[in-house]
Design a protein around this ligand. Sequence first.
Ligand SMILES: Cc1cc2nc3c(=O)[nH]c(=O)nc-3n(C[C@H](O)[C@H](O)[C@H](O)COP(=O)(O)O)c2cc1C
Length: 290
Amino acid sequence: MRCRIGNVNLKNPIIAASGTFGYGKEMMDFFDINELGAFVTKTITLMPKEGNIPPRIYDLGFGILNSIGLENPGLEVFKKKYSDFFTRLKTKVFVSIYGEKLNEWIELIKGLEEERIAGFELNFSCPNLEGEVISAYKNRVFKICSTLRKLTKKLLLAKLSYTLQLKEITLSIQLAGIDAVVLINTLPAMAIEENKDEPCLGNIYGGLSGPCIKPIALRCVREISSLLKIAVIACGGVMDYRDVLDYLRVGAKAVEVGSANLIYPDACERIISKLEKVTKINGNNKYKFY
Ligand SMILES: Cc1cc2nc3c(=O)[nH]c(=O)nc-3n(C[C@H](O)[C@H](O)[C@H](O)COP(=O)(O)O)c2cc1C
């Protein structure tokens, strides 16, 4: 069950995804989160953010639409509330960060460098002012990654949304010295509420997640893992252990679980225990790798 991302060992390949698992502490009511390979915190920014106008989350049945808008308490309050908790954990913690300007990314890394965490997940998948995600801007992403690489020896994971330039961008991220890419974040989307004829979200636009995005993510993971030397961590539509096996088959080193946590708060625990059982019985031999 063990897996390795950069120079860090995870006890299993299951990682709870950012924004669907709070800051870890809140999830202790549902199961012992030390069972996880790792978890990623909700994205934090340098200054607090209130988030977007409600409604901010909508269940479409085949997936979830959200526009939380990065609501978070900001770096200082985050540290006050969670530093001690992180030091007591046996699982690996990744802090998800987002900056609007390069300077903010730098301040976030410097401010968190002394924390007992395995590393950072760089959230390159938030819409900017023009409504585009940073993922789409190769030069900007390269500049941020190469600058942050010089500031920390902790793991750096780059989380991207789907873009047509995914191959070019992930190759340049590898060149910048990042340890792994996480594919994919939510996909830009909107929906109209059936009986009200109104957009489902207060912000109109949001990000689509859940089972409906898995085929897109699966293709991205296969394409990019066969291209890069660094690890690819899969994310998108994992509901049970079979989805995890699919991602491992196409080259993912680890797998993040997102929306499933909102439906079943103990989803990761269930997936890990099923995975343990099937790998004990079958090893890796039963599975065909594509
Ligand atoms: C309500 C909600 C909030 C999210 N917040 C964040 C976030 O703060 N940072 C981030 O990188 N991804 C965020 N995500 C995206 C998830 O981490 C994940 O990449 C995405 O939902 C796809 O995985 P899934 O289909 O398993 O949910 C959020 C997703 C949801 C549903």
